[in-house]
Design a protein around this ligand. Structure first.
Ligand SMILES: [Zn+2]
Length: 267
């Protein structure tokens, strides 16, 4: 699943579009367009200049000189592909979760610029979306810049497992299943611990915020959210102590953790 790490890599790949005027839009899949339609999306984009490419959590934003922002969401299997006269320039060439081949029938949305650069969303499972002026305020503080103070606020008033809280995009933007399991393992924290227990420890919140930023940045450097140290496999041992890993469902998601080195209160 594309997490904030992948979308950040998409953002960097799409930076080549800044300053470009859009000349054509292809939006063949009406179901992929949320709260809008092909005519409206085309009218918003064609003849507009892309002034910046931003990211809020897992949401990618093409900002236009008309003041309109176009939001791209990547769901479970969405990829952003940027190509130009020099060919494919997308650095996210191989994603473990994604299809490695490129099938034109998976194209849900494309825009072409005057210079001949094309940006496409390819999504076999169609769980992503294109939306005009998406609600950016619904997304919490970003995982790459999260401070302990913001995290304290985000963990307010909840008895849910810490893993479920971190997956909630309104609390922290950009984290997905793989990254949260890796963060908990790196922090030696049991992902099932009630959020209130973490929040009660200022040292714990501080350490967790630092670990969220560090794990996110390391995954970015390594090229994806699948590059962590925690194996997602009960047949692979914990890399810290060799213990057999535990597989549970927490917050509705398959969760891997080590029953030995991850505890309810590592701080
Ligand atoms: Zn362990």
């Amino acid at each position: 699943v594309p997490e904030g790490v992948e979308v950040e890599l998409y953002r960097r790949a799409a930076a080549t579009l800044v300053g470009e005027r859009v000349v054509a839009v292809d939006a063949p899949d009406a179901w992929f367009l949320k709260h809008t339609d092909a005519a409206e999306v085309t009218a918003a984009l064609v003849d507009a200049v892309i002034t910046s490419i931003d990211r809020r959590g897992k949401l990618l934003l093409l900002r236009l000189d008309t003041g309109v922002s176009v939001g791209l969401r990547f769901g479970m299997t969405g990829r952003l592909l940027v190509s130009g006269p020099a060919g494919q320039v997308n650095p996210v060439a191989e994603l473990r979760y994604g299809a490695v081949r490129d099938d034109a029938t998976w194209d849900r949305f494309a825009a072409r610029t005057a210079r001949g650069v094309t940006v496409r969303v390819s999504d076999p499972r169609r769980l992503g979306a294109v939306e005009l002026a998406p609600d950016e305020d619904a997304i919490g503080p970003d995982f790459l810049t999260l401070t302990a103070r913001r995290l304290t606020t985000s963990l307010d008033g909840t008895g849910v497992p810490i893993k479920a809280a971190l997956l909630d995009q309104a609390r922290v933007g950009g984290l997905g299943n793989m990254l949260v399991d890796e963060i908990c393992w790196q922090a030696r924290l049991d992902p099932a611990v009630p959020t209130g227990r973490v929040r009660a420890s200022p040292a714990g919140v501080d350490a967790l915020a630092a670990q969220i930023r560090a794990t996110g940045r390391r995954a970015l450097r390594r090229g994806g959210s699948h590059t962590g140290e925690l194996p997602r496999d009960v047949d692979a041992p914990c890399r810290r102590d060799g213990s057999v890993l535990q597989r549970r469902t927490i917050g509705g998601r398959t969760t891997f953790s080590c029953p030995v080195c991850q505890s309810e209160q590592p701080w």
